[in-house]
Design a protein around this ligand. Structure first.
Ligand code: SF4
Length: 383
């Protein structure tokens, strides 16, 4: 089952986006940053809210002083304390789910690369001022015991000064939270940017940076940007100079598999300072879907290359994980490195999985793989 993150109703009294937590408590008095969730707006409330979100079908008359979105198809996906942004058009987007370990802040849809397998293709529109505004509102509302948070894009480093402002805010508001930032690393080729990041001394922050080949032409072709390999590798060295925490991410497909073992050797010999290496199965979304014929490889067909690469790095003492691949597709020696990596809101299991004795250990599939875009070798283990 995937999770609903967006609903739409009819808005009244909302002139600009509002950000707040949600509650079903009709007597909430503690803070002003709550939306009341209620099936019926005429409920007698004594609390204070920034607005009301309701499944009521007709326009409310009572509580008329408050902004309201009515005729919402459902509210059941929202938990007490989730945080939403509500737009004047009646969109209710979930920004933070209290019960999830997979919360991610999308900082921009702009990117300076155009990867052939990008699951969320870049959009050339100036969304940065909106997202910066949004997250400056959101971050102080996040629960202080939030264990981990992702920052993603697009390319987050395109935010420039605003990226560092948000990072400073996160560091002061959520000092205990593990931060994972997905960046293509190219802008860190400017040493002053790497220094600025390093000077933050944000030890709970890790940069996830993709490297798709040891050979520059393959990397540049994969990310559709000339010079990207040189920039990313320069960026990695600049970041290492400031002792930044780095993860290398490698998406597995027809373009990366042929030199995978060589890439593993390159990483050990040239980038021994990286803290973690993630080998990642392909997500069939965005460009990956339109380039499916060009990219897709059944994981069973790259078992040999993946096993050799993982074992090589492990033998050298490096820290390795495998993401987004199902247990039944890999040899048992790789199972200790396979993680449940797919975000809960897009994670599914097939009918075949329901009788599998390893279901609770297996990370399952992306929802986007459901209609046949997955290995034909998925097969339940019988205990
Ligand atoms: S059958 Fe399903 S649950 Fe079992 S290992 Fe394969 S993908 Fe995972």
């Amino acid at each position: 089952m995937t999770t609903l993150l967006h609903i739409r109703g009819i808005a009244r009294g909302i002139n600009s986006p509002l950000v707040g937590r949600v509650t079903r408590n009709i007597n909430k008095e503690t803070e002003l940053s709550y939306f009341l969730l209620t099936p019926n707006v005429d409920t007698k409330t004594t609390g204070h809210y920034i607005g009301i979100l309701t499944s009521q079908q007709y326009e409310p008359t009572a509580q008329s002083g408050l902004p309201v979105v009515y005729r919402l198809a459902t509210l059941s996906h929202l938990e007490e304390g989730d945080i939403v942004v509500v737009s004047p058009e009646g969109n209710v987007n979930t920004l933070y789910r209290i019960g999830s370990r997979h919360n991610t802040l999308l900082l921009t849809e702009r990117c300076n690369s155009n990867c052939l397998m990008c699951s969320q293709p870049p959009k050339d529109r100036d969304d940065i001022p909106y997202f910066v505004w949004l997250y400056k509102k959101l971050i102080p509302m996040l629960p202080k015991d939030c264990r981990e948070l992702g920052l993603t894009g697009g390319e987050p480093m395109l935010l420039g000064d605003s990226f560092f402002e948000l990072l400073e805010l996160l560091k002061s508001e959520l000092p205990e939270t593990e931060l994972h930032i997905l960046t293509n690393g190219r802008l860190f080729a400017k040493s002053e940017l790497a220094k600025r990041y390093g000077d933050l001394n944000y030890r709970r922050s890790m940069l996830g940076i993709p490297l798709y080949s040891d050979y520059y032409q393959i990397h540049d072709h994969t990310v559709q940007a000339k010079g990207a390999f040189t920039q990313t590798v320069s960026g990695l060295y600049n970041l290492a100079k400031y002792d930044s925490r780095i993860e290398i991410r490698i998406v597995l497909h027809q373009l990366t598999i042929p030199r995978l073992v060589k890439l593993a050797q390159y990483i050990y010999k040239n980038l021994p300072f990286v803290e973690h290496i993630a080998f990642m199965g392909l997500e069939n979304m965005g460009y990956a879907r339109s380039n499916f014929e060009l990219l897709w490889m059944d994981p069973v067909d790259y078992q040999r290359e993946l096993t050799e690469s993982v074992m090589y790095l492990i033998t050298q003492g490096m820290n390795v994980s495998i993401y987004n691949i199902q247990l039944c597709l890999m040899p048992e020696e790789l199972w200790p490195f396979m993680r449940k990596s797919i975000s809960d809101w897009k994670n599914i299991y097939l009918d075949e999985c329901q009788n599998c004795s390893k279901l609770s250990d297996c990370g399952g599939l992306f929802a986007s793989s459901a209609k046949g875009a997955h290995s034909k070798f998925i097969k339940a283990f019988n205990s």
